[in-house]
Design a protein around this ligand. Sequence first.
Ligand code: SF4
Ligand code: SF4
Length: 521
Amino acid sequence: MGKMFCFQCEQTAGGKGCTIQGVCGKTANTANNQDELTCELIGLARAGYHGKRSHTADELIVDGLFTTVTNVNFDEDSIKSLKNKVSQEALRLGGTKPYDFAALWQDDKDIVSLRSTLLFGMRGMASYAHHARVLGKNDDEVTAWFYKGLAEFANDHTVDEWLALLMEFGQINLKCMALLDAANTGAYGTPTPTQVTCNIEKGPFIVVSGHDLRDLYMLLKQTEGKGINIYTHGEMLPAHAYPELHKFAHLKGNFGTAWQNQQKEFINLPAPVLFTTNCIMPPKENYKDRIFTTSVVAYPSMVHIDADENGKKDFTPLIEKTIELGGYTENQHQTGINGGDKLVTGFAHGAVLAVADKVIAAVKSGAIKHIFLVGGCDGAKPGRNYYTEFVKQTPKDTVILTLACGKFRFNDIDAGEIGGLPRIMDMGQCNDAYSAIQVAVALANAFGVGVNELPLSMVLSWYEQKAVCILLTLLSLGIKNIRIGPTLPAFLSENVLNVLIEKFALTPVTTPEADLKAILG
Ligand code: SF4
Ligand code: SF4
């Protein structure tokens, strides 16, 4: 028996589970504190589900689940403090005890697999609900389902009942993604296609990582006119496409690539980095004095910027550090992993559906033979160059829709155009998977067929729990033949995987050549 157990992400040790220390850098103590927090959350949800809910409990459940997502929070003290708040609120709502820690990952292996899938999906959905909430958007049906889902974790169900719950959850997650889409576009406008440079200007600058647009907005306001430039990193890249963020002249470009390269890319960086959400990795000695965290993200001894009671954040320590570091003394030419120095983002559903007539006509005329959705997470394990090679090998009469940080494998490639549209269209963050669904449904309606009958194939990469909730939503919509890689989730037992293969023809990726041949014939 190991000192901890965690198998929630793609890089889990030996493809089975981290038992000594997380491959992500999470210590056994942190992992166990996160498990205890999860047990308290189940206790709180049961109290609220069977009795009264509270506003405090609503927020604690969402933030507690988000805290346990991979690469979000490595800080035992903040996890313990959250756990205590959850425990007190559960008692206040009449709860009696948390879920049994020893039983969290123990049971029949198919049941553990199914209920873990639900838990991990809810962790992903919690991140969406959190981002929507800080922009003032809540959906009571979504909030209520967090109570239901966590309470169900403690109940006995047959395999079929668990599968039905997973499909019900997929539909709720669709609502939550729609909520976040409305929150982001309501606050910052409809994304429009926008070119972003990889080059970095001399002088003081800040790199902003993660997904939270509101944090970026607050920082842009507080740095306006101060001679400081702001660069996005990783999943923050699509922020450039939102009119209310793009209008800031000092939002200059994008620094670096996807999260797993940060320990190399931040070496000797003459600027601080703000992590608004995942994915933070254990900082190297060389740059650990310039990492700032906020919201649910935390890392021991890094500076954390909290919101006040009105949700406002004071980024003064970050701004002072920026001035102290001073930035580069000369302009820097930087590129993506394939050597390109320009990225284009902003093809969210608003932009794609605005040219839907063009796309439909091109599909009807045969100018576009096939549409691929190549999206999802990037990651550190080998094998992810599959996605670069896949995109490079797609025929010129095909279009690639993409989203999330896996796109950094190919988003600097100039793949040309079809009918005035770029062949590679970036729909946004993993948080914008809603856009891909909207486009697929709109195309299916336009052609009078189901999504499965479209000339559309989904080739997804997964790493952590947001990918789990997105996959469950796609399956709950009846979407079949999804290819997933680079490896299958360790938490899917053989039997559960077989059910998913049988019902949804879920397929592991093989090689780009073989998969393209299987798709295109
Ligand atoms: S999050 Fe992933 S790498 Fe980290 S402990 Fe869990 S399974 Fe291991
Ligand atoms: S796509 Fe996944 S792996 Fe990438 S930053 Fe978002 S959550 Fe993390």
